[in-house]
Design a protein around this ligand. Sequence first.
Ligand code: UGA
Length: 427
Amino acid sequence: MSVIGCGYLGASHAVGMAQLGHDVIALDIDKDKIAALSACELPFFEPGLGELLRKSVESGRLRFTTSYDEIAGSDVHFVCVGTPQLAGSFNADLRWVESAFVELAQRVTEPAIIVGRSTVPVGTARRMADVVRGHGSRAEVAWNPEFLREGRAVEDTLQPARLVFGVESPQAEQLLRAVYRPIIEDGSPVVVADYATAELVKVSANAFLATKISFINAIAQICEATGADVLRIAEALGYDNRIGRDFLGPGLGFGGGCLPKDIRALYACAADLRLADVATFIRQIDVINASRRDRALSLGRELLGGSYAEKRVCVLGAAFKPNTDDVRDSPALAVAVAAHQEGARVVVHDPVATESARGVHPEIEYADRIVMAARDADLIMLLTDWTDFADIDPVQLSGVVRCRNMLDGRNVLTPERWRSAGWTYRA
Ligand code: UGA
């Protein structure tokens, strides 16, 4: 089989398929990425994946290429390219999906199946099937959305919560069942549907997760105004298994390469369909999320006595969430940059993401260790919930900073511990 696109999704999928025993050739148009992967080096941080990459390559079941001609003879092609937000629009940019399908359609002459895994707006699979047919290819198109989380890519690839097959024929379903047989035998449920349903399952899953986060953040605002405790509320809600505790973590909100752009693409879809109420509802999830960044910034300003100008701010966290070096639409980095723009001298520490952060924001400073970032700080802002940060000792840090101000943007610290060590703690 072939896998087209070697980003988080494609690289994880290619390795996962090789682990299942398939003979896999993975393609990317980025030569540097392919050179790194061929040398068993992951171009991004992902726990556990590097080891499996090496095993797969060494076993001879996984190799990499930049040439579509080399993959043309595969029986199954998985399209795993990115669909970022289109500049200046809420829509997804489908140019890579389209070009992958065209490249394949031009070359795949024997019966084969082209399986889209990228997250796409509803209607894309149908369009791609037309593209394939239009080129006279005998390949069939299926849509099999991915649900992997960064930081847990291996687990989500090999033990997915569910598999969704958007297919137009029983043969396509059987082929996908054969591809995933070990996973299905292990208990992952399969949902078989048409193209549009399969596409919308993925978008709805991310929209629902985003809704949960913005919901608890809306409640957090009511709590701030009334003195109630949002963490106790989340705990109590979580005991109700109709609600569940996951994704009810109040704080700085969601970021990354998926939730924000997917919620916007869904908004654009609802607006195009002239479903005004639905569009308003979905738009508000993003608006509430963005407001959390402003709120963190204003709490920080308050702690500094009204202004960031000339102040030293230590920011803990640059990644959009723990266990990744991904800084795409990172709430932590957005707040750090805003504080810098308001005149603060900002020093950021992140266990793995400082290099990727420096690549996009070289104007702020980075430190390898927490104490270095915190030296002489007037304010510490904890903005990504890395587990290491929860263990920071407030007494030890007291001797390093200039002012004991802590803004806990992820609600991970124990307030009493910090307050009893003389810190002004806000969350
Ligand atoms: C998300 C989905 O969880 C995956 O199922 C999906 O496959 C993936 O997008 C995708 O579309 O490819 P990911 O972007 O890796 O995965 O991140 P999440 O773990 O969903 O976290 C998203 C954001 O929500 C992070 O910024 C995180 O800090 C934030 N979050 C999460 C909260 O603010 N509160 C919570 O309670 C949970």
